[in-house]
Each structure stands twice: as structure tokens, then as C-alpha cells.
Design a protein around this ligand. Structure first.
Ligand SMILES: *[C@@H]1O[C@H](CO)[C@@H](O)[C@H](O)[C@H]1NC(C)=O
Ligand SMILES: *[C@@H]1O[C@H](CO)[C@@H](O)[C@H](O)[C@H]1NC(C)=O
Ligand SMILES: [Ca+2]
Length: 372
């Protein structure tokens, strides 16, 4: 790489990171569509929110302002286009693992839409109207356990409860396997299932993000009106409401510095792709913010590792970042610091756990992380 380019890239990145320019609050009120056009012109797009940590950053950017457009909108007005997703955004819905009761989901047999899911005995799933009030099951990440809450709540109230007091509503078959009914004495003295229905963290909607990302994170305050109000606004406490898209509101744009590309490529292919479409494969040096953003992206990858801009220079016998800086073989981000190197390796980040850097064959194909 040419030295001038290195400096240029380096300078730009420092500016952005020190200002932490992920979300940009724009005070001039616009309709949702006008806000989308503005964000696409000046930034990446209207704000996408992937999880609670993003939401906290977004709220900080909005500096306490409420009634603010975000990038979520109703992508279709057909109920048939609703898609299932788990409340905990890190857990992806997989139709092959679905455990529906026979005849479910039946969507209320056309009488009233059923977009939320509850379990009964045998832990099989049934769709039900979200405004029903049921007991529910939270998942608690800290203790890796499920918690049965014996309190009647609507699905949204149950979600709010679980997110405030535990991690989220129980999401996905792995968590459901932890839910041992016997431990909660689910049968009453006559041997009957004690709880008619328990909410779990599965629901469906026909909403999507302006930038087309597949984030399933939702934080609705009240059940959305599917008829007229088709755009999402941040209201109080970080919760969202559906609003009339023509209303003029301030809005939040999103400037994605760190981009996860969910394609499987070799290290060199990934490098070329980032160069062509963005700026470079991701490098962090001492930028903790960048590293953290990359780690959060890595968690959304389809592959166990994601390529980052670390390569082994055989000629110089040293590890380097793609922007030309050296990386010590003893750097404590390496999973195996100090281990011997061979010529055909490049650096990737683990998707899970501590997101350590690993040295793997550069011909392996993985998702990868670019910087804009
Ligand atoms: C939670 O516990 C289950 C069962 O003991 C285990 O299989 C799973 O790996 C644990 N998950 C986490 C995130 O620790
Ligand atoms: C958290 O749990 C407490 C105690 O059960 C409850 O009073 C409170 O409402 C819960 N928080 C939310 C947001 O539901
Ligand atoms: Ca049903």
C-alpha cells in the first residue's frame, strides 16, 4: 500500500471513531420517506437497530429527544408476508427446528390474526393473539437458565418484563431445552398441566429495515396497528410506536463504519471485496471502539470465524494490519499468542466468546468485516 493512502485512511478513521459517529440525530422534521432520502444521501441509511446496545447508542445520539423516526417500516400490508422471529435478536429463527402443535400455526383460522406464540404441555408451539394475557418464560443469560413468571401479561408486557429483569423472553429451541417443566412442577395435584399457555419469545410481523438488514430486534411499546400506521418512531424509554409515515419528525441516520459481509470468501477475496465496495478489511490498532463494533458484527456472522485485516507477511516474517501497521505475535488478542507461524495463514476473529484472533489457512471461506 502507498504511504500516502495509509495516512489518509488513518486520519479519516481516527476522526470518525473519536466522534463515535454511528448514529446521527437530525433535528429538521421530515416525513419518514424524506428522512430516508436524506440519510441515504448523507450517511448510510435511516437507523437500523440490531440489539439493546444499539438502542442505547441511538438514544444517546437523540439526546433525550422522543418522537423520532427510525428505519423500521411495514414492508408489506399482507398478513401472509409476516415472518417469524425470536425476541432475543441473536437467536435466528429456523423453520426446520420449529415445534408446532398439529394444526398450528393456524392464525386464528382467519378470524383474528395470531402473531405471538405460546407453549403448553409437551412444550409444543401455538400461535395466539398477542393481547392474550398469559404466564411466560424468560431466559436469563447470566445464570443460563429459564425462569417461569407466574403473572398474567400480554406478549409485549412479558417481553418488557423479561428484558428489564432477565435477558429476554425465552428464545429458540436451545433455551427451550433448558426449560425443565418438572422443576416448576407444571402438573397440579390431579396430574393436569397447570398452566394453559406460556408465552415464549416467538412472534411474527411484516416489518423490516430501510437498509434491508435482517435485524429481528423490536422494542414496541404497544401492539402495532397494521392498517394505517406503517413507520416506526422512538417514543419514551427507548420504546417504539407505529406512526403515520407522513408525519414530520426529527430522525436518526446510521453511518456504518464497520460492515459485516455475509458472504463466504477466502481472505484475499474478502480483501478485494472490501477494497472495491468500501475502504478496507477491518483493522483496529488500538481503537477499542472499532474493535468493539467489529465484535458485535462478528456475532451476527454465519461462519465460526470472520476475516479481519490481519495477514502474515512471509517475506518480513511478521503479522501486519492491512493498513501497514505491525502486529506483535504476542498481542494478547491472539487466541494462541506466540505460536509459530506458517506462510499460508491470515487472521480472523472468533464469532463467539471472547472474539479472539485466530491464525487460519487463508484459503478457508468465511464471512468478513470491512471498514467504510
Ligand atoms: C447453557 O446450559 C446448557 C445445558 O447445561 C448448555 O448446553 C449450554 O451450552 C449453556 N449455554 C451457555 C450459553 O452457557
Ligand atoms: C421487573 O420485576 C419486578 C419484580 O417482579 C416488577 O415489579 C417489574 O415490573 C419488572 N419490570 C418490568 C419492566 O416489567
Ligand atoms: Ca393458533
Amino acid at each position: 500500500m502507498q504511504p500516502l493512502l495509509v495516512l489518509l485512511v488513518f486520519g479519516q478513521m481516527r476522526l470518525s471513531v473519536s466522534q463515535n459517529l454511528m448514529y446521527h440525530f437530525i433535528n429538521g422534521p421530515k416525513s419518514w420517506a424524506e428522512a430516508q432520502t436524506f440519510c441515504r444521501k448523507h450517511y448510510t441509511d435511516l437507523a437500523t437497530v440490531n440489539h439493546m446496545r444499539d438502542l442505547e447508542r441511538l438514544r444517546a445520539a437523540a439526546d433525550g429527544q422522543t418522537d423520532v423516526w427510525i428505519g423500521l417500516y411495514q414492508t408489506s400490508d399482507k398478513l401472509a408476508d409476516r415472518k417469524w422471529h425470536w425476541s432475543q435478536p441473536e437467536v435466528k429463527y429456523n423453520e426446520a427446528e420449529a415445534e408446532w402443535w398439529t394444526g398450528e400455526p393456524n392464525d386464528g383460522e382467519g378470524v383474528a390474526p395470531e402473531s405471538c406464540v405460546a407453549i403448553s404441555s409437551d412444550k409444543k408451539w401455538a400461535d395466539a393473539p398477542c393481547h392474550w394475557t398469559c404466564y411466560f418464560v424468560c431466559y436469563d443469560e447470566t445464570s443460563n437458565t429459564t425462569v417461569l413468571i407466574q403473572d398474567h401479561k400480554t406478549w409485549l408486557e412479558a417481553q418488557q418484563y423479561c428484558r428489564a429483569n432477565h435477558t429476554d423472553l425465552m428464545s429458540g429451541p436451545d433455551q427451550q431445552r433448558l426449560f425443565e417443566c418438572s422443576a416448576f412442577s407444571c402438573l397440579d395435584s390431579t396430574g393436569r398441566w397447570r398452566y394453559p399457555w406460556l408465552w415464549i419469545g416467538l412472534s411474527r410481523d411484516n416489518w423490516g429495515w430501510s437498509d434491508g438488514s435482517d435485524s429481528s430486534f423490536r422494542n414496541w411499546k404497544t401492539e402495532v396497528n397494521p392498517l394505517s400506521k406503517k413507520c416506526a418512531a422512538l417514543v419514551d424509554q427507548g420504546q417504539w410506536e407505529s406512526e403515520d409515515c407522513g408525519e414530520k419528525k426529527p430522525f436518526v441516520c446510521y453511518d456504518d463504519l464497520v460492515i459485516l459481509v455475509k458472504e463466504k470468501k477466502t481472505w484475499k477475496e474478502a480483501y478485494d471485496y472490501c477494497k472495491q465496495n468500501y475502504c478496507n478489511l477491518a483493522w483496529f490498532l488500538n481503537y477499542e471502539t472499532l474493535k468493539k463494533l467489529a465484535q458485535e458484527k462478528a456475532e451476527l456472522a454465519d461462519t465460526e470465524f470472520v476475516w479481519v485485516g490481519l495477514f502474515y507477511s512471509c517475506a518480513m516474517k511478521t503479522w501486519m494490519w492491512v493498513n501497514g501497521h505491525y502486529v506483535s505475535n504476542d498481542n494478547d488478542n491472539w487466541k494462541h499468542p506466540g505460536s509459530e507461524n506458517v506462510c499460508s495463514v491470515a487472521g480472523a476473529m472468533e464469532r463467539a466468546g471472547e472474539h479472539m484472533w485466530v491464525k487460519i489457512n487463508d484459503q478457508e471461506k468465511h464471512n468478513f468485516i470491512c471498514l467504510r
